[in-house]
Design a protein around this ligand. Structure first.
Ligand code: ADP
Length: 609
């Protein structure tokens, strides 16, 4: 019984809600129409009141402005427009279908100005009349009167289908809710029926055991069912919480993974605005993340090539496909806000639902500065080496021709000397290049042995002596009586030492000197090559050990030529021996290159080579 009552209440509530919605709609529609009629009426009266009488009433009204008015306003709510006197006499009028101007006197206040009033018409629909005095008083004081039918309370036709749908939805929902409630409350209803039957007067002598057993069994059944339902709901809530936690954990993990990627990630939504920017983006682009998020492409992207690329992906997959775009595209660019950096941007449309749904665009930004520099250095290297090999070959070719054509003994000797020099130059270049390549590919692994340097330094001195003396230089060797031992690869170290000695001779001046010295200093051995040559300007000293770096010879009187590899190689070899190389130099005075190597204490019984 109780359940049926709930069902009735539900239906009553549904009906009340529908009635309320309908009433509100009807009232709103009525008010809107009344307001429209007022605007039209007041406007018409005001405009007609200024027009001269003959223009308004030409041909008894039908030919003048009134006639035109009828043609324009003859729709449902227009009733009449007329010119008449204050006592209700009509001089000219036009009226809508089935209506006429009521011959009713105007209120006394009409002479004072514009006004409006309601006119009841017996059985006919009520009217709303607007009136005002005519400005043209050539025929005495006359009035313009315009009447409209009062709007009725009715349901707007365009809303009927919406209301029908609403009512249908409510009538469908109410039985479903009712049935669900009924199912939930059924055991309770059965219990209450049982209690009620026990309380009936015919059971006045008290309930027997069987009745009580039924009641208890019913109660237990209900409690079991309610308990099961509660457990089911609790389990549902628990599952939802666990799912939620798992989702949060997954999303945090994904976020952390995206943030720790070595490249920068940007996600643009289909409209082209930034919806995600990883932490790496800020240092790469030099733009704070906050200034990117939610911003359109134009506000942060200044590079035209990148704009064009990303522009191709905005507007979703269909636009992109229509523009004939590839699945992904990339472009290299230099960010405006970070100097000297080169980035590569790869854009990839993000799609789901078997390619029918677009989530926007994924943009991966990678720092390719080093690759670019390496590519540039590689190109420079090939150009440089080709040039360096071509020049001596040209010279050799030229002198070889002279040798073939000339019988002059001195010219032949000179040609042979030049050819010899150029071959040595090429040989030095190729030798240095081979060593550099071995160093850089890691195939030059030093075999370090514990050695005393005295013999090696004497050897190097002996080799340099004739070359230096040939150029009018003095060579000095300055060694202490005893040198500590160091661990070096003799052959490799010899290359470094030779390069320093060659430079000291090459960049020297007539009558100058070269000193090869060594000394023990704390735990180091310091080997120095000192010259009294042209020296190196402070501005060049920082880059002197760079590969291919050469001090510009400008308009120097003597061009010495070279490849900029000797010092680079020397520094690399010293580094392989965990040592360091130090330069002290003064232009016009000379230079000293010092190699510092750690001494190696002799293990008991160890041999020294
Ligand atoms: P290269 O001598 O083939 O040009 P290096 O790497 O040996 O290449 O030297 C690099 C540059 O350092 C040279 O071009 C030269 O200008 C300068 N340089 C090297 N050694 C000396 C030195 N002892 N005195 C003056 N300048 C030197």
């Amino acid at each position: 019984m109780k359940l049926n009552r709930i069902g009735m209440i539900l239906i009553a509530c549904a009906l009340a809600a529908i009635t309320l919605v309908v009433t509100l709609l009807v009232v709103r529609q009525h008010d809107r129409q009344a307001a429209q009629i007022r605007i039209k009426g007041v406007g018409l009266v005001k405009s007609l009141s200024t027009v001269p009488m003959p223009v308004v009433t030409a041909n008894g009204g039908n030919g003048g402005i009134l006639g035109a008015l009828l043609a324009y306003h003859d729709n449902g709510d227009f009733a009449y427009a007329a010119i008449g006197s204050a006592d209700g006499r009509i001089l000219a009028e036009v009226a809508g279908r089935g209506s006429m101007t009521p011959a009713v006197a105007l209120p006394a206040s009409a002479a004072a100005g514009f006004g409006e009033r309601d006119l009841a018409q017996g059985g006919a629909p009520a009217l709303r009349e607007f009136y005002g005095p005519l400005a043209d008083r050539s025929s005495g004081q006359l009035f313009v009167r315009v009447g409209f039918y009062q709007p009725r309370y009715a349901l707007p036709a365009q809303d009927v289908s919406f209301l029908a749908l609403l009512a249908l939805a409510m009538f469908l929902v109410v039985p479903v809710v009712y049935l669900m409630l009924k199912r939930e409350m059924m055991p309770l209803a059965a219990l209450s029926d049982q209690l009620r039957s026990l309380a009936r007067p015919d059971k006045a002598d008290g309930a027997n055991d069987a009745d009580m057993r039924d009641l208890i069994a019913g109660m237990r059944g209900y409690l079991d069912q309610a308990g099961a339902r509660i457990a089911q709901l609790e389990q549902g809530a628990l599952n939802a919480t666990a799912d939620n936690r798992l989702l949060q954990y997954g999303s945090k993990k994904l976020h952390a993974a995206l943030q720790s990627l070595p490249d920068g990630l940007l996600m643009l939504d289909p409209g082209g605005e930034v919806s995600f920017a990883s932490g790496k983006i800020e240092p790469l682009l030099g733009i704070p993340r906050e200034r990117l998020l939610g911003q359109p492409l134009e506000s942060w992207c200044c590079d035209p090539a990148l704009r064009t690329l990303l522009g191709r992906y905005s507007g979703g997959l269909r636009d992109h496909a229509r523009a004939g775009g590839a699945a992904s595209g990339s472009v290299d660019f230099a960010p405006v806000n970070v100097e000297g950096r080169q980035l590569s941007a790869t854009a990839q449309p993000l799609s789901g639902g078997h390619g029918t749904m677009s989530f926007g665009t994924l943009v991966v930004l990678r720092d390719v500065t080093r690759e670019c520099l390496a590519r540039q250095a590689g190109n420079d290297f090939v150009a440089h080496v080709s040039h360096e090999l071509k020049s001596p070959l040209n010279v050799i070719g030229m002198y070889a021709e002279m040798l073939a054509d000339s019988d002059d003994e001195s010219l032949r000797v000179e040609s042979l000397n030049v050819i010899q020099d150029e071959i040595e130059r090429m040989n030095a270049l190729v030798g240095n290049l081979l060593n550099v390549s071995k160093l850089e590919t890691g195939s030059m692994s030093p075999e370090r042995n514990r050695v005393r340097l005295d013999d090696m330094l004497r050897d190097a001195y002996d080799q340099a002596l004739p070359r230096a003396e040939g150029k009018g230089l003095r060579v000095l060797l300055d060694l202490p009586r005893e040198l500590d031992a160091v661990a070096i690869d003799k052959d490799l170290f010899r290359i470094a030492l030779n390069n320093l000695l060659t430079n000291a001779i090459k960049y020297n001046r007539q009558g100058g000197s070269v000193t090869l010295a060594a000394r023990n200093e704390d735990n180091d051995i310091v080997i120095s090559v000192r010259d009294t040559g042209i020296g190196i300007a402070a501005a060049d000293q920082g880059r002197i050990f760079d590969k291919f770096y050469r001090v510009s010879e400008g308009d120097a009187p003597v061009k010495r030529g070279g490849h900029g590899l000797g010092l680079y190689l020397a520094a690399q070899i010293v580094e392989l021996h965990h040592g360091r190389i130090v330069l002290e130099s003064e232009p016009g005075v000379g230079s000293t290159f010092s190699i510092h190597l750690k001494t190696v204490p002799a293990p008991a019984g160890a041999a020294v080579l």
